[in-house]
Design a protein around this ligand. Structure first.
Ligand code: SF4
Length: 750
């Protein structure tokens, strides 16, 4: 090894699996990446995206200096010039039109970043806008609503205990390529294969024979958007055949009778027509689930991005409860994260629960959910004049033009804003509309701790990664960028004292803890805690506070030998606190202190489901799909991930292709109520007849971007076909699965 070579360990931030990476560097260059064999959770596993961290770090298209629009063109600027421009343009909008005139959009990578996750919230509090939008409402919001109502907090999400289960029923998930979603478990392919190897069974319900379905013990096609019917068929069978046995959960659960009553009309024979799965299969799966000692049901994005997404998400856990598999080893369990979570704080076994709809969006009266509005409303809030109109937008690590339903409309709307500022690593289809772009950092130039994802892990683990490289000259840490924005929107100007602001943020957090009766530092002096955290600042100071007041923490001396950030830093491969353990009733935060099996909003929504029971299936509907080398829109500029066979194709069953006169490799025109796109056809019997599939996140053909590799592999934006008015009403989540389309052959545009 040459003297200048170095080995560092860093968690991969590119998906939810949180794999440990071993990174070899020489000077400022990455010369090799492989899985960290000693990582306590990932044990050396790495997927192709993990290797691409090297290309992402070196990507010449990645922004490294602020850009400010001058004379219509984005031009390099200093940080001071960029913040001065933001202050000059944004402050008058807030003064003249109020805080709601500024919307914020937080993209998916915000949830994978320590700095963005923590200081994005600081910016939001400083701005105080009601117009908050995130990627959650095109992804998992239905699950968060369902578990909030059932268990009491936004992140009370049970995860399947993959390593100990003997039976896994999966809907709308393809973990062999996604590597898990709302489920953090490195090497899910390996863990699922191990499940089968030990004699277990995997059943996949999906309109497509996905990679996961191909590896499963059993796969059944389901008509897109009908998961709630299928799941109700199972619930009906559990009650009808007296298979519902809650076990020790019985004394902690209310609402069982109400669920039995609303499930009565949904017999397997009735729902089979709607969902396309035989009644006999539904009954058999219900019996198997009830009889296997260690079993879990897991539903993911396909169950969420549909018109009954919250009902489907709820029913997944209703079945886990009715079969007695919730909160037991090998079932669906709750993580106890080291940094704490809403269900480790507060009063064990009782809480305030969750409330939604405290306010409505201005144009279509869509209710807020956990403080945010459906992102499908963003375009109309920009376009529609009147009091409260959105006139300015701040985006953080997002590309909603590609991820939002009817992205073409949002694209047009963004061009009409009075002002837009983006914090991003790329000049992409969304940030091309910005007046100022503030560059983010490479993952390797930042520290990392998965605040959100470790709350969804199948083991209680914690890993902290120090930055591999220093922040380059001319760039600045993202948390400082967000604090400077917070300084501007709070009226302190472009030169606000960042250290003072950061100290204020930390002190506020400490004061919350010392006044909270259930905190281990309750009653202590804030100044003493602040002093104990010195000399840390920024995300590390807040993280140290969270770890030390978390479930394994030292409580600043209360539990000697307990977890601190220093202790975690000394273990670069992470600390394993062991397998998940039963946590009910301690983790419940519902007002009743019970599992609320039949929350009123969900029971009320069953009426809507019943009303659609007889609906005739659309002749052709569109669904999405995941690819191992892609994650939404932002990894398409890495040659190593887009090389080879084009991935943005439309899968179509040969029977449909014959009827529609489509040829393999030919082009199709696909039209919905929103738009028309043209896409290459790929014939396969792995898709259900009557269904076509196009992956989302593509469509890199807009002018004014700086994504040279992506532009050469542009693909097409399938979300243009989604109707921004079609939402799951309980969660505000967009309907992206089961979009009615018409299809005809097309002549290639080129
Ligand atoms: S599975 Fe996810 S976390 Fe692991 S290497 Fe691949 S992209 Fe990174």
């Amino acid at each position: 090894m040459s003297p200048t070579e170095r080995i560092s360990y860093h968690a991969c931030p590119l998906c939810e699996a949180t794999c440990g990476l071993e990174i070899r560097t020489r000077g400022r260059d990455v010369i090799g990446i492989r899985g960290d064999e000693a990582d306590v959770f990932s044990r050396g596993f790495i997927c192709p995206k993990g290797y691409a961290v090297k290309e992402l770090d070196a990507d010449p298209d990645r922004l490294r200096t602020p850009l400010v629009r001058r004379n219509g063109a984005l031009q390099p600027a200093t940080w001071d010039e960029a913040f001065a421009e933001i202050d000059r343009r944004l402050t008058p909008i807030i003064r003249d039109h109020g805080r709601d005139a500024v919307a914020v959009y937080l993209g998916n990578p915000s949830a994978h970043s320590l700095a963005l996750g923590m200081y994005g919230q600081v910016l939001l509090r400083a701005l105080g806008t009601k117009n908050l939008y995130t990627a959650s409402t095109v992804d998992q919001m239905p699950k968060q609503v369902a578990v909030g109502l059932m268990f009491g907090t936004v992140l009370s999400v049970p995860v399947p205990d993959i390593d100990r289960t003997d039976y896994l029923l999966m809907l709308g998930a393809d973990p062999f390529v996604s590597n898990g979603s709302l489920l953090t478990a490195p090497d899910l392919p390996g863990r699922l294969r191990a499940l089968k190897k030990r004699g277990g069974k995997i059943v996949v319900i999906d309109p497509r024979r996905s990679r996961t379905a191909s590896e499963a013990s059993e796969h059944h096609f389901i008509r897109p958007g009908t998961d709630a019917y299928f799941l109700f068929g199972i619930v009906n069978t559990l009650f009808g055949e007296r298979l519902a046995h809650l076990g020790r959960l019985a004394e902690h659960t209310v609402g069982v009778d109400e669920v039995e009553a609303v499930a009565r009309p949904f017999t397997p024979e009735v729902v089979a027509v709607r969902c396309g799965i035989d009644a006999a299969v539904i009954r058999r799966l219900a019996r198997e689930l009830a009889r296997v000692e260690r079993a879990a049901v897991y539903g993911r994005i396909g169950t969420c991005t549909q018109e009954f997404g919250t009902l489907a998400s709820w029913l997944v856990d209703v079945i886990n409860v009715l079969t007695g598999h919730l909160d037991q080893a090998g079932g669906a369990m709750f993580t106890k994260a080291a940094s704490g979570s809403p269900h480790t704080r507060g009063t064990p076994g009782r809480g305030k629960g969750v409330r939604f709809g405290r306010r409505l969006s201005r144009v279509r009266n869509a209710p807020e959910t956990y403080g945010e509005l459906p992102v499908a409303c963003l375009a109309e809030e920009i376009e529609t004049p009147g009091e409260g109109q959105v006139r300015a937008l701040i985006t953080v690590a997002g590309n909603p033009v590609l991820s939002n339903p009817n992205g073409a409309r949002l694209d047009r709307a963004l061009a009409t804003l009075d002002f837009m500022v983006s914090l991003d690593i790329y000049l992409n289809e969304t940030t091309r509309h910005a007046d100022v772009i503030l560059p983010g950092l490479s993952a390797l130039e930042q520290s990392h701790y998965d605040l959100a994802l470790r709350q969804l892990a199948i083991r209680n683990v914690a890993t902290y990664s120090a930055p591999v490289f220093d922040v380059p000259d001319g760039q600045q840490p993202e948390w400082q960028t967000l604090l400077r924005l917070a300084g501007i929107v709070s009226g302190q100007g472009a030169q606000a004292d960042i250290d003072a602001l950061d100290g204020f943020v930390a002190l506020q957090r400490i004061e919350h803890d010392v006044t909270s009766p259930t905190s281990p530092i309750h009653g202590r002096e804030s100044g003493d805690i602040m002093a104990a955290l010195a000399p840390r600042r920024g995300p590390e100071r807040l993280l140290d506070l969270m770890l030390r007041t978390g479930p394994y923490g030292d409580g600043f001396g209360v539990k000697p030998g307990g977890l601190t950030l220093a202790a975690l830093e000394a273990q670069p491969h992470g600390i394993d606190f062991g397998p998940l353990e039963p946590r009910i009733p301690e983790m419940l935060r519902t007002p009743s202190g019970k599992i609320e099996l039949a929350p009123e909003p969900l029971i009320a929504d069953v009426t809507r489901l019943r009303a659609e029971l007889e609906r005739t299936a659309q002749p052709m509907v569109l669904i999405g799909r995941r690819d191992l080398r892609s994650n939404n829109s932002w990894m398409h500029n890495l040659a190593v991930l887009v090389k080879g066979k084009p991935r943005c194709t439309m899968l179509c069953h040969p029977t449909d292709a014959s009827r529609l006169r489509l040829a393999d490799g030919g082009q199709a025109r696909v039209t919905s109520g929103s738009d028309t796109i043209q896409v290459a056809v790929e014939l396969t019997d792995a898709i259900m007849p009557g269904v076509v599939s196009i992956p989302h996140g593509w469509g890199h053909d807009s002018p004014g971007t700086r994504l040279r590799v992506a532009a050469a592999h542009a693909g097409v934006n399938s979300n243009r076909l989604a109707d921004e008015c079609a939402l799951d009403p309980l969660s505000g989540n967009a309907v992206l699965c089961g979009i009615p389309v018409t299809i005809e052959p097309a002549i290639r545009a080129d």
